[in-house]
Ligand binder design. Structure first.
Ligand SMILES: [Zn+2]
Length: 321
């Protein structure tokens, strides 16, 4: 009977994850908005470098589907706690890609959010916990402040994704390193707050916690490095012996630099902030809600006029300044 057919998420019209469209004429902005809405709602025929996802994609298992639903639900709570109205995302936006076939073409990459396609791909690691970390990171990109700009040729280009900013006349996006560092730092906070309440990752989260506690007790002097461990994996080494492989959270160097900056800003403005987390929250506000001004003002008051732009320039993807 038709009445018994379950309504699926396919029916629901979702808003795109675009916070703002700027430039051009009003009708061009409207057309761009509807184009992104179409991309958001139609999750078939997504591509990576022109190759269709279907080449690598597989259906989620029941358990993976529950995992994805749980992460989406908790993520809505999490971004709300930073004052952001969450982007409505469905499991169909998270595409599971088979590691073996994916690796044949791409030696690197674990997951990605393609803003222009409004979609997430996650390379299956074989572990719910690791997949959950990857999905959480990409969902935070999905929830970032994003804007599109209509250029002189009426083309709609991505202008901002979180703190990442395209500047006219510049090849590379500004602030990429800080943006990625922030997304991963937010992922760490999300993991600590929510992974225990996600049944599919709980066993691995428990294992990790116990292991980290044991390490902290035994090697208290390496506390900072220990807390930077993202996951452990049992692997066979070259001699065929079982070993436990340690992994740290991604963008290690950029996060290290960002933490240094946040600490320094805190120390130099100790009368204004109660904790480094308050400074961090200003960065988070810029990433998720797009509010650059309070952050820019604070940094320029601390380091001098022009510093904000300089920082953006220094933290381009390939900057070695
Ligand atoms: Zn990222």
């Amino acid at each position: 009977m038709r009445e018994n057919i379950e309504r699926t998420d396919i029916d629901e019209e979702l808003e795109p994850a675009i916070s703002r469209v700027v430039g051009g004429e009003p009708e061009q902005r409207l057309a761009a908005y509807f184009e992104y809405k179409r991309r958001m709602n139609n999750q078939s025929s997504k591509t990576i470098e022109g190759k269709p996802f279907e080449k690598f994609e597989r259906e989620k298992t029941e358990e993976e589907l529950s995992l994805v639903k749980n992460i989406i639900e908790k993520m809505e709570d999490f971004v709300r706690s930073y004052g952001k109205e969450p982007v409505k995302v469905k499991p169909k936006h998270i595409h599971f890609l088979e590691e073996e076939s994916f690796r044949k073409e791409y030696p690197d990459g674990a997951a990605f959010y393609f803003a222009p396609q409004q979609t997430v791909g996650v390379v299956d690691s074989g572990s719910h916990f690791i997949n959950a970390l990857r999905i959480s990171h990409e969902l935070l990109h999905f929830n970032s402040f994003q804007s599109v700009e209509i250029d002189k040729n009426s083309k709609a280009n991505f202008r901002r994704s979180g703190l990442g900013t395209k500047v006219t006349g510049e090849q590379e996006e500004f602030f990429t390193q800080i943006n990625e560092a922030m997304i991963e730092e937010l992922t760490i906070r999300f993991e600590r707050q929510y992974f225990d309440s996600i049944p599919q990752v709980k066993p691995e989260a428990d294992f990790k916690r116990k292991y980290v506690e044991a390490l902290l007790e035994r090697y208290p002097e390496t506390r900072e490095n220990t807390l930077d461990l993202s996951y452990f994996r049992r692997r066979k080494n070259e001699q065929g012996k079982n070993i436990l492989q340690f992994n740290v959270y991604t963008y290690e160097e950029s996060r290290h630099n960002l933490r240094g900056l946040i600490n320094d800003v805190f120390v130099k403005n100790a009368d204004r902030f109660k904790s480094t987390e308050e400074v961090f929250n200003l960065f988070a506000d810029a990433v998720l809600n797009g509010r650059l001004l309070p952050l820019a003002r604070l940094l320029e008051e601390t380091y001098g006029k022009g510093y904000f732009r300089e920082l953006g320039d220094m933290t381009k993807k390939h900057s070695n300044k």
